[in-house]
Write a protein that binds this ligand. Structure first.
Ligand code: ACO
Length: 346
């Protein structure tokens, strides 16, 4: 069986900070931020909004979009680095909220590569015949982890959630009468594609955040009002992360295409983690692909870590741009360091 994406959803907080709002907090300007990153605005949680509440709404919307009842879901995976809960996990909280009583639930932390790994995990379970229907969610409240006095990072990040439903469908070879596996044609999308993922723990210092403990060693719930020392906010060597991304993302995409015997002309578009417009432009150039094949929404949302890929996927789906029968590359990179790419067919 293969897990095919049959529905998507997202949730974006209403409260919005533009670059001029950021310029009131740190020494920067709208012009600098737009030119160096492509970001103009970011949405930030307020009131009762949390990582779990955003994940639940995005998940519900994805199920509605798929026409699947919560009881039919076998697996819920939430990718997050910024959950408002540690125990129980965010996925169990989502389960409770949406009534997916038959699902197995767990969280996954791989920063901005998290949604790729959640997709791969769900797809592998489905391919192994363990589960039939999976709800995968990326949800982040990065505003709680951002040092609003650090202009090197606070210009970049935003909050939000995106979700996708994967449902088991027969692979091309399973529908064949013969036992010989047929050669997949270029337009055949009923095929299991092998993902490529990498990690380099030795490079982890480029993007880090120490956990927050009180005097008794207990982790505290993330709270915007409280102040911590710098190590307890996201710390980043921006130049190092930039260099890593522009080298490794095109490499892992090429590796994925080669492994799956796909040509670039077979790929309808590349949905990349939305970190920085210049990174995406550089990846397009290195792959020798037109920038039009790289949809972007980072101008509106900034970098929402593991939520950025499913939010963009949902936007494209709802605009009717995920054309049936097409192949799409998802690619992410981030803290760890981690990076990877997967081919999905819609
Ligand atoms: N406003 C104005 N000036 C600034 C700002 C700012 N917000 N930030 C830095 N500067 C200054 C610096 O002090 C420096 O000044 P100097 O030359 O006098 O020393 C100058 O601008 C250039 O600084 P750089 O750090 O070299 O700027 P760069 O062009 O690299 O842009 C940025 C910085 C936007 C952070 C970039 O490095 C970047 O996007 N890196 C990748 C970050 C990323 O994608 N991280 C997320 C990874 S995914 C995840 O897991 C969360």
């Amino acid at each position: 069986m293969i897990g095919r994406i049959v529905g998507t959803g997202s949730y974006i907080p209403q409260y919005c900070m533009d670059n001029n709002d950021i310029a009131k907090l740190v020494e920067t300007s709208d012009e600098w931020i737009r030119e160096r990153t492509g970001v103009a605005r970011r949405h930030i949680i307020s009131g009762e909004e949390t990582t779990v509440s955003m994940a639940s709404v995005a998940g519900k919307r994805a199920l509605e979009n798929a026409g699947i009842e919560p009881e039919e879901v076998d697996l819920i995976l939430v990718s997050t680095i910024s959950s408002n809960v540690i125990l129980p996990c965010a996925a169990c909280e989502v389960q409770k909220e949406i009534g997916a009583v038959n699902a197995t639930c767990f969280d996954l932390n791989a920063a901005c590569t998290g949604f790729i790994l959640a997709y791969n995990t769900a797809a592998a379970y489905i391919a192994a015949g363990v589960y039939k229907t999976a709800l995968i969610i990326g949800s982040e409240s990065l505003s709680n982890l951002t040092n609003w006095n650090d202009r090197g990072t606070c210009i970049l990040f935003g909050d939000g959630a995106g979700a996708a439903v994967l449902a088991a469908q027969p692979e091309a070879s399973e529908t064949s009468e013969t036992t010989d596996k047929p050669e997949a044609s270029e337009n055949d999308t009923s095929k299991l594609f092998i993902p490529v993922t990498h990690s380099n723990g030795a490079g982890g210092e480029a993007l880090s955040l120490k956990s927050r403990h009180d005097a008794n060693g207990l982790t505290k719930e993330v709270d915007k009002e409280e102040t911590f020392d710098e190590a307890h906010y996201m710390q980043m060597d921006g130049r190092a992360v930039f260099k890593f991304a522009v080298k490794k993302v095109p490499e892992v995409i090429e590796e994925t295409l080669q492994l799956n015997k796909l040509k670039k002309e077979n790929i309808a578009c590349y949905i990349l983690h939305q970190a920085n417009r210049r990174i995406i432009e550089s990846v397009a150039k290195r792959l020798d692909e037109p920038l039009e094949k790289f949809p972007m929404n980072l101008e509106e949302y900034g970098n929402t870590s593991s939520a950025s890929i499913p939010i963009l996927l949902d936007e494209w789906n709802r605009q009717g741009k995920l054309k049936s029968g097409s192949k799409i590359v998802l690619a992410g990179f981030g803290a760890g360091l981690t990076w990877g790419a997967s081919v999905i067919s819609v």
